[in-house]
Design a protein around this ligand. Sequence first.
Ligand code: B12
Length: 305
Amino acid sequence: VTDSHSQKPQPSELVRQVTPKQAARAIGVSESSVKRWCDQGALPNLRTVGGHRRIPIQDLMAFLRAKHHPLVRPEELGLPATSGQTPRILDRAEEQFRQALLAGNEALARKTVLDLYLAGHHVSAICDQVIASAFHHIGDLWDCGQIEVYQERRGCDICLRCIYDLRSSLPDTPTPELIAVGGSPGGDPYLLPTTMIESVLRETGWQATSLGNDIPLASMAEAIRETRPKLFWLSVSHIVDEDAFLADYAELVRVLPGDVAVAVGGRALHESLRQRMTFAAYCDNFRHLETFAATLRRSLLQVIV
Ligand code: B12
């Protein structure tokens, strides 16, 4: 740790560490309270070479989350400042989040998601009930000609940044040996679901990495060979040719190491397709995926210990 951390963060990316003064301003308490929490061990912190306290941002977020403490000045942490209160109830937040996306109000969208996280909601619940739900509505509005295409596209970009905020806020996994990888298959342009799954699984204690979208299944097999995951997810929102997909999928499963569990999901995986696929779990939302991943993690840890 060096002493070079005194610059004011830009509201584009979360900063990695903050001083007690920045933390105090961000959460609206005195600097001495923050220092006391640090010294009592309630707030994990590091020391610079000069002996000054630095608080890793993930630890600050975990602390706020555990204490249900609001983030009053997000700009101190490199987040855009916003006016107005964020509803901390998921159903109400969905509307605010959707309106923020459609209006291009990135600051409000990011704060909505982060406030829900700080209020203690699971990443899976935020993704299912706020983000996915907002996009289902947005799809319907687009279908009825009530919004412009650019509003949907801009909303997707803003949403990705909201998901990256969540990912940066999550504590490091206590079990980095439990690797999960996944993505969306070749020809699938949908990026949001697999990006969200990465954070959902990270919160569940997995060292998860999304490979992205539009990845040929043969290339996914290479990624699996290289990274040796225990969990592989496939999010399928669009299939160009179902027969070709099933053939590629069967080949992927054939070369898969025996200790990899496969979880599949996505709007394009209708029942008759699923009947011709082999997998450990199919889930129709992220909450169910989280439950499966948590159970799998527990059973793997029993074997490791
Ligand atoms: C954003 C978007 C796009 C963007 C995506 C950009 C990007 N970077 O991701 C782009 C521009 C590519 C796009 C293009 C098109 N789109 Co579009 N799109 C959407 C929209 C609004 C949101 C998609 C999304 O991300 N949703 C959020 C995700 C998280 O929700 P979800 O997929 O339902 O996922 C849930 C579950 O399936 C499950 N899940 C998902 N993945 C996984 C994985 C695992 C492992 C597990 C366990 C669970 C799981 O959990 C999720 C959360 O609850 C949807 C509306 C909608 N209903 O979703 C339309 C929608 C899918 N699109 C639609 C259409 C028509 C198109 C276009 C044909 C438009 C056009 N004329 O060009 C093209 C075609 C693209 C194609 N080849 O399929 C229609 C499809 C209609 C139909 N019956 O098929 C929809 C439904 C809009 C509508 N209401 O009409 N689209």
